[in-house]
Write a protein that binds this ligand. Structure first.
Ligand code: B4P
Length: 318
């Protein structure tokens, strides 16, 4: 599905786009840390210059994925020519790429089995265990998910070196299983927010469209049930519902979202935040977080829903 030298193709396209000014990389000050109470590992990325970046890129009225710049297009035809792989024009990590539909599709639409399989194949092609290179595919769906573009796009980004995320810790030593009404997905009982994780089979040969679709649907059912359950308390929630999908070669995770931004700390999250990769743009916010790392859990909860770890889905689902 993808050329075996994809990593090289992305690397070359990225270097040229950067050199010729087609891409705007924002450097960040990064810091690895951990919240003792929740046990959640974080990489904090502080980028005050992003405050100046307009929310929807340099041309807010334009759909950037309808006719992407050739200088950013790595692969113009994927999967019967229905998708493209393009470089992120405003990355904070090098070689951050996007898998976009050619025809307009809504970012609120669910992921298809084909899109899930393409994402897995991207990970399988780009990850390099010997070199310690891992990637994550993310899908920010719906207004509260942290997405800023409505044209359907998934993102693939390299993970920080030796980063062991909350989801990695949850899945460590666990075999793949399919959640049912008897078996719940994995969820940490120490973190504040609801999240549903399933370990994937170790062997890529065992992973196909059907398996990924079944895992996704089982997690999506649980994720969407929050919007039914919370409608009485927050009647406007139906209009701004959203969720994050996080996929690595080792696991899939879905997070139901209630808000794009935590007002208490003036910080926004997309999927990356729920893997512990926290982008901070405000100096004041960076200061507060360094004084009290627990504020991140509070903000992640403000943008999500309370954890349901230990509860059967029948207890919190319709
Ligand atoms: P969305 O799903 O709509 O939104 P987003 O990732 O939150 O992006 P946003 O633009 O709001 O980014 P933010 O300042 O918070 O994705 C749209 C994507 O398309 C974005 O990646 C955007 O950069 C890209 N894009 C826009 N116009 C484009 C064009 N003409 N051609 C190609 N691509 C275009 O964050 C800044 C960046 O850092 C984002 O890329 C974000 O994904 C990334 N990021 C945020 N937190 C991160 C973290 N902790 N670690 C690594 N990367 C992180």
């Amino acid at each position: 599905m993808f050329p075996s030298n994809l990593s090289q193709l992305i690397g070359e396209k990225y270097s040229n786009a950067l050199k010729d000014g087609h891409l705007h990389f924002t450097d960040t000050t990064t810091k690895k840390t951990k919240d003792a109470k929740s046990g959640m590992p974080y990489v904090l990325s502080y980028a005050p210059s992003l405050m100046k970046k307009p929310e929807r890129g340099d041309q807010p009225e334009r759909n950037p994925f309808e006719d992407p710049e050739p200088e950013l297009t790595v692969l113009g035809d994927i999967a019967d020519s229905n998708y493209r792989l393009v470089l992120n024009k405003f990355p904070i990590v090098a070689e951050h790429s996007l898998l976009v539909t050619k025809e307009f599709q809504d970012q609120k639409s669910p992921l298809s089995p084909e899109e899930l399989y393409m994402s897995y194949q991207l990970l399988n092609t780009l990850d390099d265990e010997d070199e310690g290179k891992r990637h994550m595919v993310i899908y920010n769906s719906g207004p509260s998910s942290g997405s800023s573009q409505d044209h359907k796009h998934l993102q693939i980004l390299p993970l920080p070196h030796n980063f062991n995320s909350l989801q990695d810790k949850l899945c460590s030593g666990k075999e793949h299983f399919l959640p049912t009404f008897k078996t719940e997905p994995l969820q940490s009982d120490k973190v504040s927010f609801a999240h549903f994780v399933v370990p994937l089979p170790e062997s890529p040969e065992a992973v196909d469209q059907d398996l990924l679709a079944m895992v996704y649907i089982s997690l999506l059912q649980r994720t969407l049930s929050f919007f039914q359950d919370w409608t009485n308390e927050q009647p406007d929630l139906q209009d701004r519902k959203g969720y994050n999908v996080l996929l690595t070669k080792q696991w899939m995770c879905l997070v139901p979202r209630s808000n794009a931004k935590a007002e208490s700390l003036d910080i926004g999250f997309n999927s990356t935040g729920y893997a512990g990769l926290v982008l901070i743009k405000q100096e004041e916010t960076f200061k507060k977080i360094q004084e009290d790392i627990g504020l991140i859990q509070q903000s992640l909860l403000e943008c999500g829903f309370p954890s349901t770890a230990g509860q059967r889905s029948t207890e919190y689902q319709y």
